[in-house]
Design a protein around this ligand. Structure first.
Ligand code: ADP
Length: 205
């Protein structure tokens, strides 16, 4: 179990458009742990035209998952950085069964495990509407109508089954992702507090 000095090891899971990235930033501040978004890491590599970025781009633009071995290696590197010693918040990883297995093994090497998995539940009509707005605001190449539809399929097929897996482990915390951003953060903090995972600072700060 977690003690307050060790920080928390959290995972945010939910369909594209559920608000994971938005909540990740707030939870990272509240719990004093780095937010690690595989999507953000890939996008910054695409922007910087690194080797990894060039490889990842075609998968991202098609709405497909980047191959597990590439993503797993990336996460292993990131979790070996010192800032994750006191905990972390994963956003967008793991999203396949093979990634869960890999993450388990990386954490187990240090005698660690996740403290909780937060599922952000959102109605598909709402998430698609949000992604449509984001397409205009952020100009993401994978937010086009067709690619969004494909990403939702990939999520349903490859990632949604992980929710049952984490639930069977007793790790799952289901949160309604609809409503004001602050309200959703408060719901998450309240549910985690019930499990003894308390924030270091005011989540709304
Ligand atoms: P969303 O959750 O809205 O789909 P992300 O930023 O998490 O957005 O992911 C964007 C894209 O980055 C994905 O469609 C995929 O191509 C790639 N990606 C992100 N995380 C992973 C992962 N864990 N495994 C494989 N591909 C990933």
């Amino acid at each position: 179990m977690n003690d307050t000095t060790a920080g928390v090891r959290l995972l945010l899971i939910g369909p594209p458009g559920a608000g994971k990235g938005t909540q990740a930033v707030r939870l990272s501040a509240a719990y004093g742990v780095p937010a690690i978004s595989t999507g953000d890491i890939f996008r910054s590599n695409v922007k910087g035209e690194t080797e990894l970025g060039l490889l990842a781009k075609r998968y991202i633009d098609a709405g497909d998952n980047v191959p597990d071995d590439v993503t797993n290696a990336l996460i292993k590197d990131r979790l070996s950085e010192a800032d994750t010693d006191g905990g972390f918040l994963l956003d967008g990883y793991p999203r396949t069964a093979a990634q869960v297995e890999y993450l388990d093994s990386v954490l187990a090497e240090h005698g660690n495990a996740l403290d909780a998995v937060v599922e952000l539940v959102a109605d598909p009509d709402e998430t698609v509407a949000r992604l449509r707005r984001r397409a205009v605001e952020q100009n993401r190449t994978d937010d086009t109508e067709e690619v969004v539809r494909h990403r939702l399929d990939v999520y349903a097929q490859q990632t949604a089954p992980l929710i049952d897996l984490y639930s069977s482990r007793g790790d799952l915390v289901k949160i309604d992702g609809l409503g004001e951003i602050d309200e959703v953060t408060e719901r998450i903090v309240a549910a985690l507090s019930e499990r003894g995972l308390v924030p270091r600072t005011d989540a709304r700060a």
